[in-house]
Design a protein around this ligand. Structure first.
Ligand code: SF4
Ligand code: SF4
Length: 417
């Protein structure tokens, strides 16, 4: 058992101990420091909806080999995987990993439509076949009549359908050369559905990277990061190995991700090939960090007289731990008034697939975020995670990636699309 008295509370970043220390379920001191910040505790205000109680349930599953009750299962599954609890825990509990291990041990079988949905994310060939049909449906004027029948609600797909945008059907090029003095070459992680549904962010990323002198490679054989599978008790090993193999063969300065949710997963890749996974993680960087670090002094953006509120995704705050980079990057746009959204430490409810599996909880949390957006009185909202942006966007107020805003203010036109 971890000894509480060995901890050095004077250290600023890393808590140190006097001896070897591996956080495990038994290390939870039940101190309750994680309780107030947990979004499900904010919703339900009961002990069962706290990280502390979930750790107890996880301990039963992983350590004590005890059966858990349906009620314990329900409260465990209500977790959004936001990992806010990790950031305040004096024992540095690896809550995210423990949760994934517990879900895997429980051996969840995806039910009903969840199964084909996971296959769709995993399998590029399926996506290629289904996207044109989806695009046809979205153009067909069938959406409103179908919604009225209640059929989508019955299928549990109403929330997902409501946020769908017209997908981009054309495949991305595999190479985007820069037209300014070349400083290097990077690879872009595009993941699964972002190529179709978040093409604007990816195109903006390429324009910005080209503008600062980097050639961009988009390897076509890459795939989903595996986060949704892993957080739903499925194995992501195949996807992890595939991405490691694809990116490790490239001669690039860095592998960049644009969505913080994917970035959080990629940064924690583990594989049977420990060295290969280490090589992959070593070259991995958040695109916001990369752009800020390599921004040339002579690249001035066009001014923009707007007030922008920044939504900080949980994956960016609690896992990547770099939300400040977005503010620093947006400062490069002269005239922009950038403010954080109030309550940025609370999850918006999107939570990867959570918005689909727990729509009632997700919508309640989104309501809190809508209030914060209204109070900010901003012209627009930005978020570095695609899932959050889709979930928070309304017809009246779209939520963009900060990269889209930056790319639109580039002074030179004609960068690759
Ligand atoms: S903050 Fe950490 S140690 Fe304290 S109750 Fe929560 S999980 Fe346990
Ligand atoms: S990950 Fe988020 S929702 Fe889950 S227990 Fe921790 S704070 Fe609560």
């Amino acid at each position: 058992m971890f000894d509480f008295m060995d901890m050095d509370f004077n250290s600023s970043d890393e808590v140190t101990t006097s001896g070897p220390y591996i956080p495990a379920v038994g290390d939870c001191m039940r101190c309750g420091m994680c309780v107030a910040g947990c979004p499900t505790f904010r919703l339900f205000a009961i002990e069962e909806e706290t990280p502390r109680r979930r750790i107890r349930t996880i301990s039963k599953i992983l350590v004590e080999n005890l059966a858990i009750s349906a009620d314990e299962r329900l409260h465990l599954d209500n977790c959004l995987q936001c990992r806010a609890c990790e950031t305040v825990c004096p024992s540095k509990m690896a809550y995210g990993q423990l949760f994934d291990q517990a879900q895997a041990q429980l051996g969840i079988k995806p039910k009903g439509l969840a199964k084909p949905a996971l296959r769709l994310i995993e399998n590029k060939r399926w996506r290629k076949r289904i996207m044109p049909l989806l695009a046809l449906y979205l153009k067909s004027g069938m959406r409103k009549p179908l919604a009225k029948t209640g059929f989508l609600k019955w299928l549990g797909l109403a929330d997902a359908e409501a946020v769908l945008k017209q997908p981009a059907l054309q495949a991305m090029a595999s190479r985007y050369p820069t037209r300014v003095a070349r400083r290097g070459c990077v690879a872009l992680f595009t993941g699964c559905i972002a190529e179709a549904f978040d093409r604007d962010t990816l195109s903006s990323a390429i324009k910005l990277l080209n503008a600062i002198g980097y050639e961009v490679l988009v390897p076509p054989d890459q795939g989903c990061c595996g986060a949704i599978q892993q957080h739903n008790g499925q194995s992501a090993a195949g996807m992890i190995d595939q991405n490691i193999a694809v990116f490790n063969t490239l001669d690039v300065d860095a592998v960049l991700h644009c969505a913080s949710g994917c970035g959080a997963m990629l940064g924690e890749y583990q594989s049977h090939d420990i060295a290969a996974a280490g090589d992959f993680r070593q070259r991995l960087a958040d695109i916001n960090d990369f752009l800020l670090k390599h921004w040339p002094d002579d690249l001035q953006l066009l001014p923009l007289d707007l007030k922008i509120a920044v939504h900080e995704p949980c994956s960016q705050r609690n896992v990547l731990k770099n939300p400040q980079t977005v503010y620093a990057l947006l400062e490069k746009i002269p005239g922009l008034n950038v403010v954080p959204l109030a309550d940025n430490q609370v999850c918006c409810g999107a939570g990867g697939s959570y918005m689909l599996t727990h729509p009632e909880n997700a919508v309640q949390l989104r309501g809190l975020k809508y209030r914060a957006i209204k109070e900010a009185e901003a012209d627009s909202v930005v978020s570095s995670n695609f899932g959050c942006a889709v979930f928070l966007a309304t017809d009246a107020a779209p939520v963009a990636h900060p990269l889209s805003l930056l790319a639109r203010q580039l002074p030179i036109h004609g960068f690759s699309d």
